[in-house]
Design a protein around this ligand. Structure first.
Ligand SMILES: Nc1ncnc2c1ncn2[C@@H]1O[C@H](COP(=O)(O)OP(=O)(O)OP(=O)(O)O)[C@@H](O)[C@H]1O
Length: 910
């Protein structure tokens, strides 16, 4: 038992000894491996340090030299020398190549020494930007010390993140100042805009730039409003992206090279932090801006803002006075930053650049500055584009096209809306010929704002692009309806043509149908809210038509420009959001409210004679400010109009509708176009329509072809009868028609006499009848056949009723004969054109069931509800108004329409 135990123990001891031996071997191996690794590490560290300072300098450094000569480090130097020689064999040329590269990629102020450019104004128009911008130089040992330039990409190419070691801020400032000065001096004035934000300072960041901060080239932002600034940046980026995308480009840079135009200045946002973390939303916004900025021609320079930007960014870490490492060169190569630019020279240069910018922007621009050197050269196939003003010397365009098909202009009275419209119309008409652009101009205001654009008494010229000029239409909302109807008809015509040519847009239609006449149509409605002035059928119809034009006009090249006093205009849109939303172009005059999007305060701050031009439905980032030149003071617009008229004047004359002036019959197209006819048209009055047309009654052989004028308004009643007679006479040869003018109201005598003389001098038979002789005349005309047409014109029939009603026993009364005449006359070529001073008197005249004998009527001061029996029982909406009549002809109209009675030449126009 005891032996067994001791044998067991001996086995255990042996096993443990073996284990110990094994462990000892393993530990020994590990120790050796570790020693070897440590030695290797030490060799690598030494290598690294020697590489950093350079072999020659390392040999001269006592500490490094001592380390290099220890036996453990044997071979390090030799190996490095071999690698270096191999590398230098390939790279001996490297610094020279780098220098050349920087010379080409950083031309002029981007790379040259300051003496060559500081204080001079750049001339580069900014179609492209240098790829690199010099910040300093580096030295390498390549079989001798060689120096090369160090430059960083910026603008379209990369952001820059600069970090500083303690006490190196002056170096950072000098670096930023030099970089910015290089950029500012590289381009012509206005080519670049710099935004400065410094978390720590209210003012005083880059003090030598002070002169530039008074211009738009450098803007210093409020340290407490970083998020607002980033919002502005984001908005700007969105806008540029939108514009570029729309034009089919991926970036502003691509668009610049495709169009050969700078389009927008470059922007640099310089954000100075203090090395501490910003708030998370600020970091998020910075990243957001950084991710889309370069494509929009904007770069960020972040100073001590601890954040990692996505995408292209170069890092510069300032390690000591004028010393930095950069991500361009890697951490092992120290960059010797350029010395600070002399402060006095920077100040002087900033002053010179500021002066040049102010000089370039010029003083206030004039209307002539909006006009191109050559007129009528632009095509409207894709869009209409014209400057309306200037911002810092640069023209500010208004674009009417696919993205901004319709415009809303708002501003309080006197803020310059009308002037803006003139500036816009002038700028457009000078660029586009009447074949490219047709204008329909309507002003609901009382006044003459557009009147000068149509032929007038004072001015022989007119605006050749204008097809219609409607002024003083404040009480004729129907005229607005007529315009909208015309536009929807035109929409239909255009979409039918588009369908026929199997295209969907105006530009395609113009391509497919080069011989067609497809100008863009711009309809301007000033004080458009009048259209919606009452809760009635006009408002309902106007809303529906306006929505239709707003929705479909874009693709057919039909555009609306709606102007109004801000609040009134916007309130008019309540319940009609469709139109409002389609007006993506918003123009806000100073102090305009609600025209821009909620919260967009740009109009509040806009100075006098400026406008905020916003192509983004009024959202803040779309704001553009423009000084609008004076286009409306005496002689300015007419001078352009005369030039355009001389150029295109032969094209048709615009129609002028002036609600404040009654038309003259002999000047109306409806009258002058009349020719001989068997079925003469008796003209009643001008219709409220886009075309210069009139309403008339056809005096044919059908029953009811008589006309009744109703109401007490003598002047209008006489006018209506006058034009009916004159127009009828014009269509009949002398001897073919006989007129009897029954003057039954004494005050009508002069008018009746004049008309009778006029008819006689035209060779027509015209007899003046009095109350006493009327009874005889009607009895003769009622009983007698006649070969010629006979027309009884009765002024104030109601006054003659007592006489006509007198009845001798066994005989028909005058009234009976008149009734017979009204009933059976037309079939025999006898018509009555009569004036009754009330509807009741007309009904008395006609007797029971006689209303059918009056097929057409014109009502003056008669309420609508009295007229329904004369209008086949339909409800008639009519509130009498001066100088207008409600006309109905049951054979041609489905509902009564408003007419403007022609003015008799004898009447004075008041
Ligand atoms: N850009 C401008 N430069 C110089 N004068 C201007 C300018 N804009 C407008 N004016 C002048 O200011 C006055 C008012 O301008 P305008 O008639 O265009 O304003 P509005 O907004 O249309 O006013 P309202 O709605 O009352 O007609 C006019 O006498 C006009 O000549």
């Amino acid at each position: 038992m005891g032996r067994k135990k001791s044998e067991q123990r001996a086995r255990v001891v042996t096993a443990l000894d073996q284990l110990r031996h094994q462990i000892g071997l393993a530990l020994g191996a590990a120790r050796n491996a570790r020693a070897a690794a440590e030695q290797e590490l030490a060799r690598r560290r030494l290598e690294q340090e020697v590489v950093r300072v350079g072999l020659e300098r390392a040999a001269a450094d006592p500490e490094l030299a001592a380390r290099m000569t220890t036996p453990a480090m044997a071979g390090v130097v030799e190996q490095l020398a071999t690698v270096r020689d191999r590398f230098y064999a390939e790279w001996a040329d490297g610094p020279r190549r780098l220098r050349e590269l920087v010379t080409t990629a950083a031309p002029g102020p981007a790379g040259a020494p300051p003496g060559e450019w500081l204080g001079r104004v750049g001339a580069d128009p900014g179609l492209s930007s240098p790829e690199l911008w010099r910040i300093g130089e580096s030295t390498v040992d390549v079989g001798g010390r060689q120096t090369f330039d160090v430059a960083v990409p910026l603008l379209d190419a990369s952001h820059l993140s600069i970090t500083s070691a303690p006490n190196t801020r002056p170096t950072v400032d000098a670096l930023v100042e030099s970089l910015l000065m290089r950029v500012l001096s590289a381009f012509e004035p206005g080519g670049v805009k710099i935004h400065l934000w410094d978390i720590g300072q209210l003012t005083g960041v880059l003090p030598n730039f002070y002169a530039l901060t008074r211009t738009s080239a450098v803007t210093v932002h409020d340290p407490t409003r970083l998020v607002d600034l980033l919002d502005d940046f984001a908005g700007h980026i969105r806008r540029i992206h939108g514009v570029a995308m729309q034009a089919g480009h991926v970036s502003l840079r691509a668009m610049r090279s495709a169009t050969g135009k700078r389009l927008e200045p470059w922007r640099i946002g310089v954000l100075y932090g203090n090395g501490e973390d910003l708030q998370p939303e600020q970091i998020r916004d910075i990243k957001r801006v950084a991710s889309g900025a370069l494509e929009a021609g904007m770069a960020l320079i972040l100073v001590d803002v601890p954040t990692m930007l996505d995408g292209a960014v170069e890092n510069v870490h300032v390690t000591a006075d004028r010393t930095a490492v950069t991500s361009m060169n890697g951490p092992d190569l120290a960059v010797r930053l350029d010395p600070p630019l002399p402060a006095s020279q920077v100040t002087a240069a900033a002053g010179r650049l500021a002066e040049a910018l102010v000089a370039k922007q010029g003083g206030p621009r004039t209307f002539e500055d909006l006009l191109p050197t050559e007129f009528g050269t632009e095509s409207s196939a894709v869009e209409l584009r014209a400057p309306v003003g200037f911002h810092e010397g640069e023209p500010v365009d208004v674009v009417i096209g696919d993205a901004t098909p319709h415009a809303l202009i708002g501003g309080p009275s006197g803020s310059g809306k009308t002037n803006f419209l003139y500036a816009l119309l002038g700028s457009l008409c000078a660029r586009y010929s009447p074949d490219e652009l047709s204008l329909y101009l309507l002003d609901f205001k009382e006044g003459v704002s557009f009147a000068g654009l149509a032929p007038g008494r004072k001015e022989e010229s007119w605006l050749p692009h204008a097809r219609l000029v409607g002024v003083n239409v404040n009480t004729d909302r129907e005229f607005g309806l007529a315009l909208l109807r015309f536009l929807t008809d035109e929409l239909r015509r255009r979409s039918a043509a588009a369908k026929e040519h199997e295209v969907t847009t105006l530009s395609e239609l113009r391509q497919q149908d080069p011989g067609g006449h497809w100008p863009r149509i711009v309809a301007v409605v000033d004080e458009f809210q009048y259209l919606f002035g009452e809760r009635d059928s006009v408002t309902a119809l106007a809303t529906a038509l306006l929505e239709d034009v707003a929705r479909r006009g874009r693709s057919q090249g039909i555009h609306l420009i709606l102007a109004s006093q801000d609040i009134a205009g916007i309130e008019a849109f309540w319940g009609k959001p469709a139109v409002f939303e389609q007006c993506t172009l918003r123009i806000a005059m100073p102090k305009a409210r609600r025209v821009l999007a909620e919260g967009n305060q740009a109009a509040v701050a806009a100075p006098r004679w400026h406008a905020v031009v916003n192509h983004d439905s009024g959202i803040g980032h779309g704001n553009g400010l423009a000084h609008v030149p004076d286009a409306s003071s005496g002689g300015v617009f007419p001078a352009l109009q005369r030039q355009l008229w001389q150029r295109y004047g032969a094209t048709s004359v615009p129609r002028l509708f002036d609600g404040a002036h009654a038309p003259v019959l002999t000047e109306s197209t409806a009258y002058t176009a009349l020719s001989r006819s068997d079925r003469p048209q008796a003209i009643v009055g001008q219709s409220i329509d886009v075309a210069d047309t009139a309403h008339s009654v056809e005096l044919s052989a059908a029953p009811g072809r008589n006309l009744a004028v109703l109401g007490t308004g003598q002047r209008d009643a006489v006018s209506i009868l006058d034009s009916a007679v004159r127009s009828t006479a014009r269509q009949c040869a002398p001897g073919d028609v006989e007129f009897a003018l029954a003057c039954l109201v004494e005050r009508c005598t002069p008018a009746v006499t004049d008309l009778a003389e006029e008819l006689s001098s035209g060779g027509h038979k015209a007899e003046v009848v009095t109350t006493d002789t009327l009874t005889d005349l009607v009895s003769v005309w009622a009983g007698q056949e006649s070969s010629e047409r006979r027309i009884l014109v009765a002024y104030g029939v109601d006054a003659a009723l007592p006489t006509l009603e007198a009845k001798e026993p066994g005989k028909s009364s005058g009234l009976d004969h008149l009734r017979a005449l009204l009933k059976h006359g037309p079939a025999r070529g006898v018509h009555v054109l009569g004036w009754w001073r009330s509807v009741a008197r007309l009904k008395d005249t006609l007797g029971f069931g006689g209303t059918d004998d009056i097929g057409a009527w014109a009502a003056l001061d008669v309420q609508g509800n009295e007229l329904s029996t004369l209008a086949a029982g339909q409800v008639v909406h009519w509130s009498p108004r001066p100088d207008r009549a409600l006309f109905f002809d049951r054979t041609t109209l489905s509902a009564p329409e408003i007419v403007v009675p022609f003015r008799r030449e004898e009447d004075t126009d008041d």
